[in-house]
Design a protein around this ligand. Structure first.
Ligand SMILES: C[S@@+](CC[C@H](N)C(=O)[O-])C[C@H]1O[C@@H](n2cnc3c(N)ncnc32)[C@H](O)[C@@H]1O
Length: 262
């Protein structure tokens, strides 16, 4: 006999209620993802087996994940260790920014440009470089990051043919020619970081902090004079338009000018 709280449907409902009360935006979805992870099942499997029982051990494991999500507001991706980006399953840890759907705008434009040699500056999990590698089979791709811990994650996500180098800005590739530089650099103004939702504070500061107006690294890339596609934040396009005449912008699905191209 299964105790009532050991039934999948009941455990899910209780977890979703707790997560909702904790301020988590999508409590039911998160509860399902976390229970699937605890059981090492797919979400489809879980939803087909709601009437089944849970072992005491699995319930405890699930409750630990739920507490990390609700009490500590850890992002789901860090708890389960993977995140989907551009159709790829990427490993993620708190050493890397969690890849965001809006970055797919930059990837699409980069693929359309068909570069032969491309630099992904600030690769993090390797998200952009991995997507380019999957769609540009002949491109020579170099991925760099100022964080060694991030590169250890990128190494797990990137195919062997992507060159990985450590260093800040253009230091690891000084003087080398590229057809295109792609980058999703840190672009949040320093003072705004602590006002963001609690999940973001689990992400690495070096991946977020773009200096006083958020544009420190963006400007350094634009000043290099190289052909570039760089992700930016909402409201940052106008200042770049006036500082760098001739740049153009690509909008994301929400209509926000998300990528600067020069
Ligand atoms: C916003 S994250 C983007 C990660 C990944 N490209 C993505 O789109 O998900 C920015 C990354 O740039 C790295 N970074 C920050 N400043 C840098 C710099 N000056 N030079 C190189 N990398 C830098 C951070 O360590 C972090 O991994």
């Amino acid at each position: 006999v299964t105790e009532p709280d050991h039934q999948i449907s009941i455990a899910l409902a209780a977890a979703a209620r707790f997560l909702g009360e904790s301020g988590v935006p999508e409590p039911r979805v998160d509860a399902e993802i976390l229970l699937s992870h605890a059981l090492a099942w797919t979400r489809e499997e879980l939803l087909a087996r709601l009437d089944e029982g849970l072992s005491h051990r699995d319930l405890q494991k699930f409750n630990r994940f739920v507490s990390r999500r609700g009490d500590r507001r850890e992002p789901v991706a860090y708890i389960v260790g993977v995140r989907e980006f551009y159709g790829l399953r990427l490993k993620v840890t708190p050493a890397v920014l969690i890849p965001r759907p809006e970055t797919e705008v930059l990837v699409e434009r980069a693929i359309a440009l068909r570069p032969g040699r491309v630099l992904d500056l600030g690769t993090g999990s390797g998200a952009i470089a991995a997507a380019l590698a999957a769609h540009l089979p002949d491109a020579h791709i170099i991925a760099t990051d100022a964080s060694d811990e991030a590169l250890a994650v990128a190494r797990k996500n990137l195919p062997k043919r992507v060159e990985i180098r450590h260093g800040r800005d253009f230091q690891p590739t000084a003087g080398e020619p590229f057809d295109l530089v792609v980058s999703n650099p840190p672009y949040i103004p320093t003072a705004e970081i602590d006002r963001l939702e609690p999940e973001v504070r689990h992400e690495p500061r070096i991946a977020l902090d773009g200096g006083p107006d958020g544009l420190d690294v963006v400007r350094r890339i634009l000043r290099s004079g190289k052909k570039a596609l760089i992700e930016i934040g909402q409201g940052q396009a106008d200042v770049l338009r006036s500082e760098f005449p001739g740049v153009r912008f690509h909008r994301d699905l929400a209509g926000i000018e998300r990528v600067v191209e020069r």
